[in-house]
Design a protein around this ligand. Structure first.
Ligand SMILES: CC(C)(COP(=O)(O)OP(=O)(O)OC[C@H]1O[C@@H](n2cnc3c(N)ncnc32)[C@H](O)[C@@H]1OP(=O)(O)O)[C@@H](O)C(=O)NCCC(=O)NCCS
Length: 430
């Protein structure tokens, strides 16, 4: 085993990009080979100062090295993002991705070193939170991250759903039209901006996202087939919803259609648009199954169907993990369900956010400041992250022994303030 101090953790330089991608591919168990297309694509958006590598100077012969430099055995990258808080205020987030440690170098603290360097830089920069989508649940809690949104995938058994087979479009003057990729590039980003500013837990999207999802940018590892795009417009002609979906071509022996429509993504800014797009997807002739893709756990879908049991859950999981870097700004960024005061003792073993804070909260916003008053609720910063977007319950965390009431009833007060009537949701992966 290589002694820890021969491994250097630092930002990469531009000529090291190819080796860094090789290490990334190896860490994700993909062929390490880096095509010219992949190199050009990743070079177009990688920011070397925020792209960390672990360099093993004791590794003379390595498939992970193509440039003759020191082999890279771990990767880590962050980029700027905005995350919508409850109430609609976007906060600056340090989005973390491309985290890998080569199998030969696991469990020697390389992730811990890269994480510490990146979170310290994010805190110094003034980011309010860090975000990530965790490959595996047990990895990130130790670094102060908590699961802050969940996701659900349903599969709809269309014949069982009980929808009116004569349905031919949305009621009340709304309409649905098929559009092409060029239309999506024109209307999608603006629609998404409206969507994500109203959706707690949603994150900003880059132009690259739209390029990939409309076939402008083709990646080696994501085969491209042009999907269907359908747009919902209100009676006033406003674009209010957009869906991308694909269908297979599957017929049964008795000459009955058995096609499955798979939703790539669906966003809507009004309930009318959301309901209409689901009804549309479940009313396409030949389609007997609809796979919904990653949805909010309280998506309208099951209850758009006369028989909601026709939509059965195929996946339910934690999704966006949040790490609070600035407790005061995080708590002041959101609105609250009621009016009240709460003193929180926040533990943070990395010291980034530890302290006692008094929160004076109300429906229009909050004041939050360090205090010496007696704490009412003691909790870890990872549990505060799980509570912050409103999805978790302090009473439940107290029952689990994870938050401690220093004053009886404080967990109920926290829930009355922090919880939201609709659940937070992040539709994106990054
Ligand atoms: C997840 C991964 C990056 C961890 O890297 P690592 O360098 O081995 O992690 P560290 O040595 O810094 O581990 C720190 C601690 O986390 C624990 N840990 C790390 N990965 C873990 C996992 N997958 N499950 C459970 N515990 C894990 C370690 O046991 C260690 O615990 P300790 O502090 O009690 O000793 C690495 O295993 C990996 O590349 N996995 C495959 C790719 C992947 O899942 N990437 C994450 C994408 S979101």
């Amino acid at each position: 085993m290589t002694p820890r101090d021969t491994i250097d953790v630092r930002p990469i330089t531009e000529p090291e990009t190819r080796d860094w991608i090789r290490a990334l591919n190896a860490g994700f168990l993909r062929s390490p080979e880096v095509s010219e297309r992949e190199l050009a694509d990743r070079s177009s958006y990688l920011v070397p100062e925020r792209t960390l590598g672990a360099f093993d100077g004791d590794l003379p012969h390595s498939r992970l090295r193509s440039s003759g430099g020191t082999p890279i055995v771990a990767t880590f990258r962050s980029f700027p993002q905005e995350l919508t808080a409850v109430g609609g205020t976007p906060v600056p987030a340090n989005a973390i991705t491309n985290v890998t440690v080569t199998a030969t170098h696991r469990r020697r603290g390389l992730l811990t070193r890269m994480m510490a360097a990146d979170l310290a830089a994010a805190k110094a920069r003034g980011d309010v939170v860090a975000t990530l989508i965790a490959a595996e649940y047990p990895i990130y809690g130790r670094y102060g991250f908590g699961p802050a949104t969940c996701t659900t995938q349903w599969t709809v058994d269309v014949p069982r759903a009980g929808l009116d087979p004569r349905w031919s479009g949305p009621p009340a003057g709304g309409r649905i039209d098929l559009v092409d990729a060029e239309d999506v590039r024109r209307i999608g980003p603006e629609l998404h901006e409206r969507f994500r500013r109203a959706q707690p837990g949603a994150v900003s999207r880059t132009d690259r996202w739209w390029q990939i999802n409309t076939g402008v940018l083709r990646l080696d590892r994501v085969p491209w087939t042009e999907p269907f795009y359908a747009v919902y417009r209100s009676a006033a002609g406003e674009v209010e919803g957009l869906v991308s979906y694909e269908s297979d071509d599957n017929w049964g022996d008795a000459k009955q259609p058995l096609n499955t429509a798979e939703v790539n993504w669906l966003i809507a800014v009004t309930p009318e648009a959301e309901r209409a797009l689901w009804q549309y997807l479940c009313s396409i002739d030949w389609i007997t199954r609809v796979k919904t893709g990653w949805r909010a756990p309280d998506d309208l879908l099951p209850h758009v169907l006369p028989d909601p049991r026709a939509a059965h859950i195929t996946t339910q999981s934690d999704w966006l993990w949040v790490r609070i870097l600035d407790v005061v700004r995080a708590l002041e960024a959101r609105t609250y369900a009621g009016t009240g005061t709460l003193v929180l003792e926040v533990a943070d073993r990395d010291g980034l956010s530890a302290g006692r804070y008094r929160l004076d909260a109300g429906p229009a916003g909050a004041d939050c400041a360090p205090t010496t008053q007696r704490a009412e609720l003691t909790l870890d910063v990872s549990d505060l992250a799980a509570l912050w977007l409103g999805d978790e319950s302090a009473v439940r965390l107290a029952a689990l022994g994870r938050v401690r009431e220093e004053r009886e009833g404080a967990a109920s007060v926290a829930d009355a303030l922090l919880r939201t009537s609709r659940r937070p949701w992040c539709p994106d992966t990054f």
